[in-house]
Design a protein around this ligand. Structure first.
Ligand code: WTA
Length: 632
């Protein structure tokens, strides 16, 4: 295919004949052309591969932009396609989930068993009064019950809001309050780095101020003692033993654009926003992208090592693999516990064929050297993936050479909570360049624009925008449609502004550089400066604070805080440590600042806005740029 065209520029890795031979789509350019010419035709054909209770009357209703309605008029439920329909085929006996705990305990679920437990828990939720449209907050470790809770809630038409287990009280409380959840599902803890993460304690604190919560359901994972409040808290295993927890439960019929979940994500200002994804479009987009990009086959054992609490886990641990009838692998703990070979030993022991992780994990493991992975047989691997932040070419080459033994193409997938599915990504046969997500997925077109919305020349940095609607696009921001419109669709009319800066090269390959707003990607986690700043000023010593992200070797970026002290407080090492601990306690260990610096003043505009870019430039010894709007 590619013999006749001029060679691509730069460091290029062409697919081997073996990779091409096993790829589902060999002529990706032809498919890309077809999807480009007939966007709705392409997506309708993808949707036809799934089951619908009622077919759509329009593939895409764009009469109320930017609130696009995919598969308008259709009825479906994502759980019907993820679980119910497999019961009719041989897949009911196939493994849906292989789970390993940090202590080495193993649990496996066939499609039959997962469906049974989801039905049983769905009946429990119903008995607890959960109805279609109700919100359910899920705050759990990486254990099978997190997937069961999500699927059970979706099955009965409730809306789940998963909060990542690495977040703490303030973050959880805000998210429960905003979603007005009636039920919180949690665990007595989870294992991470040999220690117990006290999830239940955090829930107890958070629900104190969340009057909507009627019920807390607690999964027993660690077996250590936790407080159980009579009349509010119930053990999961007790509920699942009740006669009402029948293994049969009808799946609720949903309109295509009925909400499936809320996922909170940090934005530029204020509190985190609850992005909403719906059943039909999301289901189709996630199914199709996972099918083409990771090219999953029945014999695969696919491992997405993210956490279900982030969009990557929603789309590509829980929903995507089940929609495809694949076997998905989940591991509870940390990659380096008890030794830095934990992941490699899991790949060997469970015969993982596809590994999808984040650059920060690769950089973290790379530090320990090649001897750890080299002690393990990694020959089952056939594809690798990367997500969450730009992958530096050095980490890419290590991943490719040491883990993939030069045989496994790396799918560098660029996308967002908002997009729900991969947006810029290769498929296995696309020639790769380390650090580039290559090109937009089938049917999508991307471009790099300047402030005014004009395309910048190839090779120049600008704002990344998407030109065409896609099925897994967020429906809106929960209870704030104006915010959705303003944040993403108002900068460049008709186009989606991603909030990233990027370049496009002469070959049409995209290179994402980083965020252009006040989102900081720390170890691939998406954090907002506003949340960290409000945690800082809740400390009695701090009057004002500004937060920026600065480059970090392993984490990608790290949080740096500049704080002005209140009268009577003096800067000291001890106070800086105390402030770091304060932030970690309020928001979660992943948000712990790298450095706290005490300052006498902060650079501000005359209207009083903190100029974070000035702080950032100063910290890195770079030019400070235009200072004309700065107050004296
Ligand atoms: C960044 C994660 C470069 C980007 C799925 C985006 C990436 C933000 C990549 C969304 C990638 C994600 N290369 N940057 N392959 N993937 N990003 O919502 O800045 O947690 O805007 O979704 O992560 O983060 P989110």
């Amino acid at each position: 295919m590619s013999e006749k065209r001029p060679p691509l520029e730069g460091e290029v890795y062409y697919p081997s004949p073996e990779v091409v031979a096993q790829a589902r789509v060999k002529d990706w350019e032809a498919l890309a052309r077809r999807a480009d010419e007939d966007l709705t035709g392409f997506w309708a054909a993808e949707a036809e591969e799934l089951e619908w209770y009622r077919k759509w009357n329009r593939v895409l209703d764009d009469s109320d932009k930017p609130f696009f309605k995919w598969f308008a008029g259709a009825q479906c439920n994502i759980v019907h396609n993820a679980l119910d329909r497999h019961q009719k085929t041989w897949r009911r006996n196939k493994l849906s989930l292989v789970w390993v705990g940090e202590k080495g305990d193993v649990r496996t679920y066939s499609y039959f068993a997962l469906h049974r437990d989801v039905c049983r828990f769905a009946n429990v939720l119903k008995a607890m009064g959960v109805r279609k449209g109700d919100r359910v907050t899920i705050y759990m470790p990486r254990i099978p019950e997190i997937a069961i809770a999500m699927l059970a809630s979706a099955k009965i038409g409730a809306i789940h809001s998963v909060v990542y287990g690495g977040f703490s009280v303030d973050a959880l409380q805000q998210r429960i309050e905003d979603s007005e959840s009636r039920v919180v599902i949690t665990a007595d803890g989870g294992f991470m780095n040999g220690k117990i993460v006290e999830l239940k304690k955090t829930v107890d604190e958070a629900v104190k101020h969340a009057p909507s919560v009627e019920t807390v359901i607690v999964v027993q994972r660690t077996g250590h003692e936790v407080r159980i409040e009579a009349g509010r808290d119930y053990w999961y295993h007790d509920l699942m033993k009740l006669p009402l927890a029948q293994p049969v439960c009808a799946t609720e019929v949903m309109e295509s654009h009925d909400p499936l979940f809320i996922l909170y994500t940090s934005g530029s200002t204020g509190k985190p926003k609850g992005l909403i994804h719906g059943h039909g479009g999301y289901m189709t987009g996630v199914y199709s992208t996972l099918k083409y990009v990771f090219d999953i086959k029945d014999e695969d054992r696919y491992w997405c090592a993210a956490d279900p609490g982030w969009i990557t886990g929603h789309s590509y641990i829980v929903y995507g693999p089940l929609l495809l009838g694949a076997t998905t692998f989940m591991y509870e703990g940390s990659p380096t516990f008890p030794y830095p070979n934990r992941w490699w030993s899991l790949i060997e022991k469970y015969g993982i064929s596809i590994l999808y992780t984040a650059p920060t994990a690769i950089r973290g493991l790379m530090r320990f050297g090649e001897s750890w992975p080299n002690r393990h047989d990694l020959s089952t691997l056939r594809l690798l993936g990367s997500v969450g932040e730009p992958i530096n070419p050095e980490a890419w080459r290590w991943y490719h050479r040491v883990i993939g033994k030069g045989r496994c193409p790396i799918m560098d997938t660029w996308w967002q909570t908002e997009t729900g599915m991969f947006m810029i990504t290769p498929t296995p046969v696309v020639p790769l360049k380390p650090g580039s997500g290559t090109r937009p997925f089938f049917g999508q077109q991307a471009e790099i624009l300047d402030e005014k919305g004009d395309p910048v020349p190839d090779g120049e940095e600008g704002f990344l925008a998407l030109k065409r609607p896609w099925p897994a696009m967020a429906l809106t921001v929960y209870r704030d449609p104006e915010r959705y419109k303003n944040l993403y669709w108002s900068q460049y009319p008709g186009k989606y502004m991603a909030g990233d800066s990027a370049k496009k090269d002469k070959d049409g390959y995209f290179w994402v550089i980083g965020r252009t707003d006040d989102v900081i990607k720390v170890s691939g986690y998406r954090l907002g400066t506003a949340e960290v700043e409000s945690a800082l000023v809740s400390h009695p010593a701090i009057a004002e604070a500004a937060v920026i992200g600065l480059p970090h070797e392993v984490k990608g970026n790290a949080i740096h805080c500049y704080c002005m002290l209140r009268k009577g407080f003096k800067p000291s090492e001890e106070l800086a440590d105390e402030v770091k601990a304060h932030v970690a306690q309020h928001l979660g260990p992943i948000v712990r600042p790298e450095k706290v610096t005490f300052v006498d003043s902060l650079p501000k505009t005359r209207s009083g806005k903190i100029m974070r870019r000035v702080l950032k430039a100063r910290a890195q010894g770079l030019p400070e740029g235009d200072l004309s709007t700065m107050e004296d």
